[in-house]
Write a protein of this length. Structure first.
Length: 364
């Protein structure tokens, strides 16, 4: 934990509400996820049908790369430019919420705000300039919400699941017992302070040479080894008892590249299952490209071109550590989990088990 890290910020303002019972079927709900790299929001209405979204229908959305965590890895503080970019995006979100007449919402911030010494100042400025009450959630809650958002993609016939989220500032991995699905038990959780932004910055940019790439994968594997041993995950994989789901821009982009999409299409990528050799092929292709060539890929673009290899290195380490053989890609996660909690908190039961999300400290 970085010195000066602020405590979790909770605000009971008009824009934040967390109902304990099923939501008003006529209500409109919003979930905002402010990460190290992206600001994303979903606005939805309750939907009684048993669809893949888990009881809600999306009516509006917002996504913008703001790079809030730019430089936090080295300075421990949010920069003025990063805060300006992010507040501009949050103003757009607030306008959308006002236009859609949102009746209840939750706005959360993750690793960049958890680590930044000046995050309290940022939260106050956000509230003053946008009216939004941002809440810094723990890595543990972040992982739980991602699990809830991805739960519809779990195969109930496979007793265990590894679910990971490669974020901008950190990577969370959850090991879940699925045997009693739709009730899930979290066997363990680990949070590593290594995400696509922090790794790219620590390595001097987005073009990772072979030695640097290997150093990143080795470091991630070493951080995961105690977690693997504690839960005997490798043994369960050898017995064919474990499935794997990945939710992050890294894996969804690799899914789009595998499909050869001329434009990213969530409907085609969400739920896609890829064998590890297909992931390896897509990753290898990216590693042979320079920055300009990666940016020219329609599913990447300039805003993410310098982050892809960092994400691939983290993904490589996870796949080597746990050779499940296939990965199911989830273009869903924290925001969907937030909406499920807002609209119908009883829909999915998650037993905490050993839910304390251990922090794996990376020595840079």
């Amino acid at each position: 934990m970085a010195e000066g890290r602020p405590h979790q910020h909770m605000d009971d303002g008009a824009r934040t509400s967390r109902p304990d019972t099923c939501a008003d079927p006529g209500g409109v709900f919003a979930a905002l996820d402010l990460g190290t790299n992206n600001c994303r929001m979903l606005v939805a209405r309750p939907d009684g049908g048993s669809d893949a979204h888990g009881g809600f229908r999306v009516v509006d959305s917002f996504s913008r790369i703001t790079r809030l965590g730019e430089g936090v890895s080295s300075s421990g503080r949010l920069s003025g430019d990063a805060m300006d970019r992010t507040i501009d995006a949050l103003k757009r979100c607030a306008e959308k919420m006002e236009r859609r007449r949102v009746s209840a919402s939750r706005q959360v911030a993750t690793e960049a705000c958890r680590r930044a010494a000046n995050c309290g100042e940022f939260l106050e400025r956000v509230n003053r300039e946008t009216g939004l009450a941002l809440e810094i959630i723990s890595a543990q809650e972040e992982a739980t919400l991602a699990l809830k958002g991805c739960a519809a993609l779990l195969d109930a016939s496979i007793p265990y699941a590894l679910i990971f989220d490669i974020g901008g500032g950190s990577t969370e991995v959850i090991f879940v017992r699925v045997a009693d699905h739709p009730a899930l038990t979290v066997e363990g959780c680990i949070s590593m302070p290594m995400g696509v932004v922090t790794v790219a910055e620590d390595c001097g940019g987005g073009d990772l040479c072979q030695r640097t790439y290997s150093a990143v994968t080795d470091k991630v594997q070493k951080l995961l080894e105690p977690f693997d041993a504690a839960h005997k995950i490798s043994e369960k994989i050898k017995a064919g008892m474990t499935q794997m789901i990945g939710t992050s821009g890294t894996v969804t982009t690799l899914g789009g590249l595998h499909l050869g999409l001329e434009r990213y299409d969530r409907a085609m990528v969400d739920g896609l299952t890829l064998p590890f050799d297909a992931l390896c092929k897509a990753t290898t292709a990216l590693r042979t490209m320079n920055l300009q060539q990666r940016a020219a890929e329609p599913c990447i673009g300039w805003q993410r071109a310098d982050l892809m290899l960092a994400g691939c290195a983290i993904l490589d380490a996870i796949c080597r550590m746990w050779p499940v053989g296939t990965l199911r890609i989830a273009d869903r996660g924290l925001r969907e989990g937030l909406l499920m909690d807002l609209i119908n908190p009883a829909q999915l039961s998650v037993a905490p088990g050993q839910m304390h999300c251990a922090s794996a400290l990376a020595h840079r």
